[in-house]
Design a protein around this ligand. Structure first.
Ligand code: TMP
Length: 253
């Protein structure tokens, strides 16, 4: 097969040119990083799990009318997505205090928040993705006021959907991060959910035991990451074949 043109390589994914204009192929790597790449390991099968899980979440979101970049899964590690102009922000939605918010504000991890809290972080590795306010975003032109309103609305809809889906399998959605892109449709444009939604970008705690089933297992050396992600996939009924026999370019529906 002719080698495809790589468009972008990130820490956990690669984007290739897609088969049609306006499409990209998103490849999920096994690379697992934390602390802006300071900690880095290859965790076999993680990319396969995240490809499946992101497909599951994005398809579910589309079914309730939340627009996403996902078109279809192509194989074990790749999915076809719409090309979008990425907004250079990470949108974090929190239901329970944890991670950087607990550290920054001294709020004990596990404290239920009175309502979902939305934060914006500037995507800039050199600056370690600093938290930014809406004032910064508007003043520096990273997004418009309308974009901000749309991002808040998307974040809350994703939160409600994902919280319900996870609660249905005994998992509490503590927080998550999404990235959003601008899709152009003729003379119109709208914001859609892009990138991935997976246990790499969520905090997921077992409702009964509090066991962490997300990337904190890796960040904090709490055990076997692929076992944790496999548990999430199993509970959701999303299990890839284990023998890799499906690891070819076959299209799936
Ligand atoms: P934080 O507590 O470290 O700010 O993370 C909040 C949520 O966002 C958590 O679910 C992990 C996710 N996240 C990412 O997916 N990528 C990132 O670069 C960061 C900082 C957080």
């Amino acid at each position: 097969m002719a080698r495809r043109r790589m468009v972008y390589e990130g820490k956990a994914k690669i984007l290739y040119e897609g088969p049609e204009p306006g499409t990209l192929i998103q490849f999920f790597k096994d690379d697992t990083t934390a602390g802006n790449g300071e900690k880095h390991e290859l965790i076999e099968g993680k990319g396969v799990l995240n490809n499946r899980l992101s497909e599951h979440f994005m398809t579910g979101l589309a079914s309730i009318g939340v627009p996403t970049h996902f078109i279809k899964r192509l194989n074990m590690r790749e999915q076809l997505v719409r090309a979008v102009e990425m907004i250079p922000l990470e949108v974090v939605v929190r239901n329970v205090a944890a991670g950087s918010m607990s550290k920054r504000l001294g709020i004990e991890e596990g404290t239920q928040l009175p309502r979902p809290i939305i934060e914006f972080y500037l995507k800039n590795d050199d600056l370690n993705d600093p938290i930014v306010s809406e004032e910064h975003i508007i003043a520096f032109g990273w997004a418009t006021q309308q974009d901000l309103d749309d991002m808040v609305s998307l974040g809350l809809r994703v939160n409600d959907f994902m919280s319900g889906m996870m609660m249905g399998v005994g998992i509490k959605l503590i927080d998550f991060k999404i990235e959003i892109g601008r899709a152009f449709e003729g003379d119109f444009q709208r914001l859609i959910v892009a990138d991935e939604i997976s246990p790499d970008s969520c905090r997921l705690w077992d409702v009964e035991t509090g066991q962490k089933l997300d990337k904190d297992v890796f960040r904090r050396d709490l055990g076997n990451l692929s076992e944790a992600y496999t548990e999430v996939a199993k509970r959701l009924g999303v299990m890839p074949r284990q023998n890799g026999s499906n690891d070819g370019p076959k299209l799936v529906h």
